[in-house]
Design a protein around this ligand. Structure first.
Ligand SMILES: Nc1ncnc2c1ncn2[C@@H]1O[C@H](COP(=O)(O)OP(=O)(O)O)[C@@H](O)[C@H]1O
Ligand SMILES: [Mg+2]
Length: 440
């Protein structure tokens, strides 16, 4: 026996309430309440099931490989049975490609994959599979219909994975709004996730995000899914898959890929890609950052010049402007470098965005290097956090950064520990052999 649970949800912002409302109390939209009646609650669940804690099975759930070792690692060891994974990203970033490659890997283990698409025709998916050179396509079953009512009752016993591409393009006929609306997105996600749990089959749900970074249908699926992966195009042809949330493993891990004509390929050494064009010129400095548990090297570039206008300009790309102003302020005050009167441009090569405070020291070295018009005197990797008093502090994962610097060809390090030790800004200045006031 099933029971229907009723409720209302705002079709604009996703606010939900047990009773109908004329005007949404959260986003103030009139007439946005839509009835949701499609959550099937089995009678047993409706009455409550109480289990003594000691009787709960904690044996590790079996994990399934995605076929990408780095992605498996980012997920905490592969896909957990019955879990649902939301793949979010902007259109064109490579979500469909990635899930099709995963589907093909699962199929290679003789497990059937149900690939539900409301976005493309079956032919388009076949063409992509052919372009990617995927085999085992006999085990991948395509359902190219935007209506997914059939998922309520479909027999999924023979399936090892469900793919839904995408949440914004499918619909249920008893939900009275358009595909992509909050209610449709939420109900479709609910249905796939509940089928996943009930049948112990993992599911991959693709969700487009808007330019503002919201998963359309105001983030409301994020809390439903067990794992949320964000797919980002970082420039340099690199794609990052980041675990934003993970019930079964670490969050904030990353896996790095490159997009080729035959699909996504994992990149195990990003540093190679990020620093292979490094030139020892004024303003260029290599630093080591840690994303998730993964260390890699990137290049910071600065240009310090006489102001073009009466008030100096400060422009950053990839580093927060506040962080750069803090470093520039410390250099002005503690090292007598008159950055306050100069134009400052700071850039992270490769279009990456960094929020690791360990880059402070590299930003400082880069600014000094540009100011003095002197390249870094040694081929070194620079990292450490700068405090307002001009002292330099340790940062997380020091040893991982040292190891990465060594293995990526920048064995000399300048940091508050290690080979060349700098404990404050004046010691950093000495490395350039220069005193303030020499440059422009
Ligand atoms: N014929 C092709 N040759 C090479 N790369 C392609 C080809 N078609 C698509 N791509 C790559 O795949 C990307 C689109 O991937 P896709 O998986 O469809 O993205 P999403 O599902 O996130 O919208 C494109 O941005 C492009 O880089
Ligand atoms: Mg797609």
């Amino acid at each position: 026996m099933m029971r229907k649970k009723k409720g209302y949800v705002c079709d604009v912002c996703g606010y939900d309430a047990p009773a109908w409302f004329g005007k949404c109390p959260v986003c103030d939209t009139w007439d946005s309440a839509k009835e949701i009646s499609s959550i099937d609650v089995p009678e047993q669940i409706a009455q409550g099931v109480f289990v003594p804690l000691k009787d709960i099975d904690t044996a590790d759930k079996e994990r399934m490989s995605t076929g990408f070792p780095e992605l498996d690692r980012a997920l905490g060891g592969g896909i957990v049975g019955g879990s649902s994974i939301l793949f979010s990203g902007e259109p064109g970033v490579g979500k469909s490609t990635c899930v099709l490659q995963i589907a093909s890997h699962v199929a290679s283990m003789r497990k059937n994959v149900l690939y539900v698409t409301g976005e493309e025709s079956a032919r388009q998916i076949k063409l992509r599979a052919d372009r990617l050179g995927l085999k085992n396509s006999g085990h991948i079953h395509i359902s190219a219909s935007s209506n997914i009512d059939y998922l309520r009752s479909a027999d999924l016993t023979d399936y090892g994975l469900i793919v839904l591409d995408s949440l914004q393009t499918v619909r249920l006929s008893d939900v009275a709004s358009l595909p992509g609306s909050v209610t449709q997105v939420r109900e479709s996600a609910n249905l796939v996730i509940s089928r996943s749990k009930r049948n112990e089959i993992p599911s991959l749900l693709i969700g487009h995000i808007t330019k503002e970074g919201l998963i359309a249908g105001p983030k409301l699926i994020e809390h439903l899914a067990d794992t949320v992966l964000s797919f980002e195009d970082t420039g340099h042809g690199l794609r990052f898959i980041r675990t934003l949330k993970n019930r079964f493993g670490p969050a904030d891990e990353i896996a790095v890929f490159e997009m080729h004509s035959d699909g996504l390929a994992e990149v195990s050494d990003i540093s190679g890609v990020m620093v292979n064009e490094f030139v020892q010129a004024p303003g260029n400095v290599i630093t080591a950052v840690v994303e998730g548990s993964r260390p890699f090297l990137v290049e910071i570039q600065s240009l310090v010049s006489r102001p073009l206008y009466s008030s100096p300009r400060r422009v950053t790309s990839g580093v927060s402007i506040d962080r750069m102003l803090l470093v520039a302020g410390v250099l002005t005050k503690r090292a007598n470098i008159p950055l306050d009167t100069l134009d400052i441009y700071v850039n992270v090569a490769g279009g990456l965005s960094l929020d690791d405070t360990g880059i402070d020291l590299a930003v400082a070295a880069s600014l000094i290097s540009s100011f003095l018009n002197k390249a870094m005197p040694q081929k070194a990797c620079v990292f450490g956090e700068i405090a307002l008093d001009g002292s330099i502090r340790r940062v997380s994962h020091m040893s991982r950064r040292f190891d990465r610097a060594e293995s990526s060809g920048f064995p000399g390090t300048i940091s508050p520990e290690g080979k060349t030790i700098v404990r404050d800004i004046s010691e950093l200045l000495k490395i350039f052999g220069g005193a303030a006031g020499e440059g422009r």
